[in-house]
Design a protein around this ligand. Structure first.
Ligand code: TXA
Ligand code: MG
Length: 299
């Protein structure tokens, strides 16, 4: 694998059906031409991802949305208009040409416009959509630097476009706009409160068995055992019981907590620690997504 900043090189690989690691504001994606079945198959093979877990289609701007979605309900139009480019994925009825491989055989498609200058340039010049899951091995913590992508997929992917450290650090918020009211399926980089305010409160929280495929209880898991506590004092007294515990506690700054979370988990694993003790933030704003990922890491 080569790590570099050449959009030309990335384009050349994507146009010939290859895979490229791409930076986004949330986490790095493993991108393939969404209209090329062989390329999309390579994504599943590289990640070791089950075929029924659909991929998000990344597009350059909101104008391309009608190419991928058969219908854009008013709520989706409002969210796209206000939140894109940004950490929001909309689930919509898929246009007929969208590959079943991309949607996991469903009649819906997940679409988002990422906010990262290198990837915006790449998408604009590419012209089409890029199907991209997070660029980690299946079930592992998402990558927030090009080195993380290299660590997971080094032997399997030719090129990673290096856009530095992802500024948001947790994945996009997924909103299912095929139901009324729309439902948040995955808390993420855009707080639920903001989605709710934009839709005048007409939004359902994640509830029951989530209908987003692949939302397994155990996901985003480091190798070490993760223990969750409610405050710093509890973290310290628990840590005293282990010889090699790593404590993660950034509850005083949730933006930094989200940005550093996956790198912190990877670093602790790199040290060979057996226990990670993480302090849960309160649930408001980004706290919702951080709590969700920590809970999954601890499962
Ligand atoms: O921030 C993000 O969303 C990152 C960056 C790379 O864009 N991508 C990401 O992709 O997190 P992935 O594949 O790791 O997670 C996407 C989730 C999966 O749980 C997938 O099953 C769900 O979205 N999903 C995608 N399309 C769907 C669809 N049509 N119906 C139901 N769930 C869908
Ligand atoms: Mg993922």
């Amino acid at each position: 694998m080569t790590i570099g900043t050449s959009v030309d090189r990335a384009l050349e690989i994507l146009r010939s059906g290859g895979l490229v690691g791409i930076p986004t504001e949330t986490v790095y994606g493993l991108a393939a031409d969404a209209s090329n079945p062989d390329a999309v198959r390579r994504v599943f093979a590289a990640k070791g991802r089950p075929a029924d877990h659909p991929l998000i289609v990344h597009i350059a701007d909101a104008e391309q949305l009608t190419h991928w979605a058969a219908e854009v309900p008013p709520a989706a139009a409002v969210l796209a208009e206000t939140c894109w480019p940004g950490p929001l994925t909309l689930l919509l009825p898929k246009a007929p040409h969208v590959l079943a491989l991309v949607t996991g055989g469903r009649d819906t498609v997940g679409v988002r416009v990422p906010a990262h200058p290198l990837t915006t340039e790449l998408l604009t010049r590419f012209g089409g959509g890029l199907a991209a899951p997070s660029a980690n091995l299946f079930g592992r913590v998402s990558p927030t630097t090009a080195e993380h992508v290299h660590d997971d997929l080094g032997a399997l992917v030719e090129y990673v476009l290096d856009g530095g450290r992802c500024p948001v650090g947790v994945e996009s918020t997924i909103v299912d706009c095929t139901v009324d009211p729309p439902q948040i399926l995955r808390p993420g980089g855009i707080p639920s409160e903001q989605i709710s305010a934009l839709l005048d409160g007409r939004v359902a929280a994640p509830s029951g068995p989530s209908r987003a495929a692949g939302m397994l209880a155990s996901h985003y898991a480091p190798a070490a055992r993760v223990l969750l506590v409610d405050d710093s004092a509890a973290a310290l007294s628990l840590a005293a019981q282990y010889i090699d515990a790593v404590v993660i506690d950034r509850t005083d700054d949730l933006v930094e907590y989200a940005r550093s979370l996956y790198a912190d988990l990877r670093r602790a694993d790199g040290l060979g620690t057996s226990v990670i003790i993480a302090v849960m933030p309160s649930p408001g704003g980004l706290g919702h997504a951080i709590r969700d990922r920590l809970t999954k890491a601890a499962h």
